[in-house]
Design a protein around this ligand. Sequence first.
Ligand code: UGA
Length: 450
Amino acid sequence: MSAAREPIGVIGTGYVGLVTAAGFAELGSDVICVDIDAEKIARLEAGEIPIYEPGLAELVESNRSRLTFTTDISVALERARLLFVAVGTPPTYSGDADLSAVHAVVEAMPASDRHALVMKSTVPVGTGRAIKRLFEEQGKPGFRYVSCPEFLKEGTAVGDFLRPDRVVVGDDGDWAGDAVVELYRPLLDAVAVPGEDPLDGLVRTDIASAEMVKLASNAFLATKISFINEIANVCEETGADVVEVAKGMGLDDRIGPKFLNAGIGFGGSCFPKDVTALKQLAGNSGYHFQLLNSVIEVNELQKRRVIGKLEKHLGSLVGKRIALLGLAFKPNTDDMREASSLVLAARLQAAGATVTAFDPIAAEVARPMLRGVVLSDDAVSAVAGADAVVLVTEWQEFRELDLGELRGAMAGDVLIDGRNALDASVAASAGFRYEGVGRRPQAPSLASTA
Ligand code: UGA
């Protein structure tokens, strides 16, 4: 058996599990995908992809012959020795991660000396140690464990899998860690800088450190976003422009230009959950992680600042009609988890406004979460008769909107650009009172007085 073509099992067919499965199939592995949700498995069997992720349907389709979908974990155990775990670890009321799905997988494992669990799900530091202890207690001491955290971004997950900027493998230095490294080797080779060792992109370490790399990376990126959002807020008070500031900061290669886009807060299934989980993990072990409290608080306040901006222009929002462009937590996904639009829509309704909205992809997922919000089929219908429009998610099609047409459809002239995605001067020329996040106010000659 060629190590690079080793068959694998993937438990959990959410976006991490499916991308991992399709990606390894693309590299030549037979992949047995297991999920407890029979309906999901039936849909996958029928060639339907239950989530929107660019390129994923094509990748699954072109590797269909190497992908098996089943609810029966024994099929995976029979055919594969490495079982990648990609089940959900949502936050509980206490902020700790809910590990019940992970524990169900551990329980389902038989005593074996030839299998390993490879943890892709984001778990608290110490989970690997606890699972190994459980294996011992359950009389399965030979079952191996590897932490292999996932760094995929929704919307670009397929590319992120095929061109990883690093692979992190935490293990006890046994066959299982070696086998995981071999699986990733073609990807490490593909992204290696010519003349340099492909294994430079690999961090092979102990289990706890690998677990911490994941949490610390997400917490750091979230910190970067909350930091630039606070800079943006100070820019608004001082007349500086955060886009210029971020550009100037980002050219310092110790800082870097990425994740310095000010906006209306981060959302999604990862940052809010992982920042809280790390804060909680620290707290449980007796350490008060002061910085992360602020990162979370700044993010919550950032979502609500839009209300203040609308009130500044419109006065009371009672009876006002406000249109939201974009609902998903970021472009190129239909994921609504922790989306800023949810908080914004609820705050606007609580303030007495009527809320309309349009999202190119996420509308159906969003519908049950947005009671009372009128969902439209396109941007122009969403803004028809609106007093103000708020750009919430920076979909490419919104960047290309005819702002004159948009303005013409509205009753009012207020445009709040929550992602700094539009050209302020074009918006002003179209007759909008434009306000971004941390942007320099428009020169009076350009600003509309309508
Ligand atoms: C994030 C990480 O980027 C991935 O590396 C990680 O694997 C993933 O979480 C995970 O743990 O599974 P994702 O949640 O898909 O990926 O989304 P990001 O692209 O990181 O964006 C997160 C949020 O931050 C979005 O709401 C986005 O609008 C916001 N953001 C991002 C900003 O407000 N400003 C920025 O400059 C960048």
